[in-house]
Design a protein around this ligand. Structure first.
Ligand SMILES: [Zn+2]
Length: 81
């Protein structure tokens, strides 16, 4: 299945959100290792980041499902746009 501009845009957004979330986990783990009291504040930011990542994943998946449904009749009737 080919990716359209929206696919790429949503995929990039999901990737950025995932990377951001993973970075926060790494940061939090480092803080916990150093017994940094700020670790708990990172946790609430982490929860928000996870929520955003999940939302981005859902939006991307929804689009892919629609995308597939939209591209199917197009390939059946090639040349008819
Ligand atoms: Zn698409």
């Amino acid at each position: 299945m080919e990716s359209c501009e929206e696919c790429l845009r949503l995929e990039n957004r999901l990737r950025a959100a995932s990377e951001h979330y993973v970075n926060l986990i790494v940061q939090r783990d480092q803080m916990l290792r150093n017994a940094n009291p700020k670790a708990s504040t990172v946790e609430s930011v982490m929860r928000q980041a996870r929520f955003r990542r999940n939302a981005a994943g859902r939006i991307f998946l929804d689009h892919r499902i629609n995308h597939e449904a939209l591209s199917r009749p197009k390939t059946k009737r090639a040349g008819q746009l």
